[in-house]
Design a protein around this ligand. Sequence first.
Ligand code: FE
Length: 220
Amino acid sequence: MPLPLNGRISRRDLQLRAISLPAPLALLVLHQRSAGLAFAQDSDAESTPSLAPTPTCRDDDDVEETVAQTEGPYFTPNSPERTSLREPRMTGTPLRVTGYVYASGCDPVPGALLDFWHCDDAGNYDNEGYRLRGHQFAGDDGQFTLETIRPGIYPGRTRHIHVKVQAPGGPILTTQLYFPDEPENDRDRIFDSSLVMDIEPTTGENSEVTAFFTFVVDAG
Ligand code: FE
């Protein structure tokens, strides 16, 4: 049954609801292609993310747009379209980042563009190719899933993932995602606690880490 989408909900509430969802359903989604993409070109590749049920919206919270942050010096345009950035022989803890893209009125943003980039396990960016760089489109309920590895740390910064998010026809949100309980969070002058992902507890040291984050964007 469709869930009401005219209410309001906080980003934190959305994340907490997402973290309580059962394992994503394996549904194949054909993505909408948005026109006028400002930072990532389409490729011919198709992506096949999985979907989880849409979180319920409520009437008792405001939805605040996700905080914007600096792009940093290592963005490369025209990343390939892909939901997994993992490659053979790539070292690092497997990381799955999943969540939703919502407009401030609590409507999901189908086809929202998400362009992720981050450093490797040793703290190095690929500034010549597209290693650990890729864009994808949110599903019909605004959900996205990124398979990657947990980024390393480089001097002067805490652990982070860069991302640009854009609703079809909307402005680009450039921001960064952070990890909880990182020793460098308190010393990083860019760090913002509202951009910390929720992390699902893992069972083993090298098992996949699952992180949740819900973006709230200006849908234009
Ligand atoms: Fe960075």
